[in-house]
Design a protein. Sequence first.
Length: 137
Amino acid sequence: MILNSFSSELYKEKDTVIIYLVNGTTIRREIDPDFTEGGHGYIYPNYIAENEIWIDIIQDEEDLYSSIEHEIHERINMKFNELEYDKAHDEALIWEQKVRHGLCIGFLGEEFELNKDFNKRIKEFSNVCKNIKNFNV
């Protein structure tokens, strides 16, 4: 399921990223036991495309939003600033905390709200994605 498509024009280059909600339990069982909360093609190039971010749906709303912000920030730093994963991850944690505590507006903006419709889509998606063959990625 595509949750959102994020597009920015940072660093004078347009960058469009598709954000997928995935069943992390299935990913860990079928593809990678180390997959947690989320990832992108710069961390997991063997199974996530360069323009994708995967977010584990097994999180509460606030953590889902924070995970998305974290993965976007981390990916930008790895792609455009050519940071190694550890440095990009550390900076993404700082960014995530600022967004989580309302100290800045995240990449998704104020208009991105997790609401009842979002919860309904997550529940529907959870029921559909019982195994990896159901993923449309």
